[in-house]
Design a protein around this ligand. Structure first.
Ligand code: SAM
Length: 356
């Protein structure tokens, strides 16, 4: 990669833009820890046209961050991917949704962004950390002019539809991201709540979460999120990724999840399905008739639920994890909304973001 890089120049020497070489565009004076007070400043030069460290390897990432006096912040889930083969695998999965522009969540210093741009894919990159957006912007401007748009934004707060509108995207898009673990739940919920017309999502998430999302309803590994995600699309586990491929190394392994959107969602409204599924899984060790009775409160007792479940062809002693997608959809369509939810509860359910 060509572009901009930082150099440290130690005390006692004076440098100005243009003095050292015409490529030097900016000189900053910074406090440097470890020097005696009177000599405790050094200069950082940012020069155009010299080789810029590439964040797609451990060494490259380290020197890129070092050149900008930046460190990973664990609180923001900053565990960067430093393996070319895995980055290529993600880009292949994205490129398979041919020709679509890409919205990247949590772009960091740009390992994945550049891998996508190398294939001519147009990327809008969201990144919350201003230090990293600066690094990414410099690299994007120098090496991928016109292909990458960097926005310093909280991916959970910003309207993705608005981003697409501003980018002038009319076609459906692909969402991709090596997600910070702490936003995985709300981010998955945003996938089914945001009106943006995405057709494929390729997401690196904690392995445990990926296994849960991809689990077929009706199997022991399934949970509320396995069912709810199938309302919007078809999730599958594309790859498992050991923690060693990230820098700094996180405490858990990851996995790559691919979700292909259904051409049209099922007839049952999402909020109604969510009520049933959350009620069933909130007490996943209990029998379904009891879990539903706990969720509905005094409105319907266990015996009434038992009768209703039997009418739907489901034994009330079964547990939530044993129900297939078709059975969940059948249940959700089996009663008018008012029978399961008072108006207040219904509004509450509508505004709730289900957790994986
Ligand atoms: N894509 C890069 C890579 O693969 O190396 C970075 C991935 S790192 C796991 C997650 C990135 O998401 C970090 O750079 C972090 O600062 C950013 N991030 C954290 N919370 C975010 C949020 N709410 N919105 C946007 N970006 C966020």
């Amino acid at each position: 990669m060509g572009g901009t890089t930082g150099h440290r120049v130690y005390p006692g020497t004076e440098y100005r833009p243009g003095l050292l070489s015409p490529e030097v565009t900016r000189v900053e004076r910074r406090w440097c820890r470890g020097f005696p007070f009177e000599a405790g400043f050094h200069y950082v030069q940012l020069a155009e046209g010299v080789n810029r460290p590439d964040p797609r390897s451990r060494e490259g990432l380290r020197s890129l961050l070092g050149a900008h006096d930046t460190r990973a912040i664990r609180r923001l889930g900053q565990h960067f991917l430093v393996d070319r083969a895995i980055l290529d695998n993600i880009a292949d999965l994205v490129a398979a949704a041919a020709g679509k522009p890409v919205l990247e969540i949590g772009a960091g210093p740009g390992a994945l962004t550049y891998t996508l741009a190398d294939r001519g894919i147009q990327v809008v990159a969201l990144e919350i950390d201003a230090r990293l957006t600066r690094i990414l912007e410099e690299g994007a401007r120098a090496s991928y002019p016109g292909l990458i748009t960097v926005l310093q934004q909280d991916a959970l707060r910003i309207s993705w539809a608005e981003v697409a509108r501003q980018a002038g995207w009319l076609e459906p898009i692909t969402v991709v991201g090596n997600l910070p673990y702490y936003i995985t739940g709300p981010l998955l919920a945003k996938l089914w709540q945001d009106p943006l017309g995405w057709t494929r999502a390729v997401l690196m998430v904690q392995q445990e979460v990926a296994v849960r999302v991809a689990a077929e309803p009706g199997t022991r590994a399934s949970g509320a999120v396995s069912v709810l995600m199938r309302w919007i699309g078809h999730p599958r586990l594309a790859d498992t990724v050991s923690r060693e491929h990230f820098y700094p190394v996180p405490a858990v392994d990851s996995a790559l999840l691919v979700i292909d959107r259904r051409p049209a969602p099922p007839a049952v409204p999402f909020e109604v399905l969510a009520w049933w599924v959350e009620a069933g899984f909130r007490h996943r060790r209990k029998m379904l008739r009891q879990a539903l009775a706990l969720a509905s409160g005094p409105r319907w007792a266990k015996a009434q639920w038992d009768l209703h479940l039997r009418r739907c062809g489901i034994d009330g002693s079964r547990r939530a994890e044993s129900l297939t997608m078709e059975e969940w959809l059948g249940l959700a369509a089996s009663l008018p909304e008012s029978a399961i939810l008072g108006k207040l509860e219904y509004n509450k359910a509508k505004s709730r973001e289900p957790e994986p």
